[in-house]
Design a protein around this ligand. Structure first.
Ligand code: ZN
Length: 146
């Protein structure tokens, strides 16, 4: 049984090639609404179009596979402000990020607990479904422009 603070074997440890890592499990996530409040004026804005983005989420420890959220989202147009905007997803991930808050939080915690990144493939981020050396990819997600 897995639990907080207990280390489990990393099924991807020792795989030298990124292409040899387990394929991600794809999980559909729906946030495509007909209307949503405008972030500027709170007026209910109608959907203009729909889109999809992929967010890398925490891996499944039971299977050793990373998890990718396929997020269906809506884009809206506010007739009062004459502005387009996407539905709010900031509870899932920072704007423009490739990773969810959960991945970023775990990666930051692991690095702060274990110290500076080690040489791949023994890097602790690898255990959490990050496809490459980990923290650099998380940093990309954190610091990407929206
Ligand atoms: Zn508005």
């Amino acid at each position: 049984m897995y639990g907080p603070g207990r280390y489990v074997p990393d099924p991807t440890e020792g795989i030298p090639n990124v292409n040899g890592l387990p394929a991600p499990q794809l999980v559909a996530y729906h946030r495509d609404h007909k209307q949503t409040p405008c972030p500027r004026c709170s007026h209910l804005a109608s959907r203009h179009k729909s889109g999809q983005r992929t967010l890398h989420d925490l891996g499944d420890l039971g299977t050793g596979h990373p998890v990718d959220l396929l997020v269906a989202y809506s884009s809206h147009h506010c007739h009062r402000c004459k502005k387009h905007f996407n539905i709010d997803l900031t509870d899932l991930a920072p704007p423009g990020a490739h990773y969810t808050h959960r991945v970023i939080d775990v990666a930051v915690r692991v690095v702060s607990e274990d110290g500076l990144p080690q040489t791949w493939p023994r890097h602790p981020c690898h255990q959490w479904g990050l496809k490459t050396t980990g923290c650099e990819r998380v940093a990309d997600g954190v610091f990407d422009k929206p």
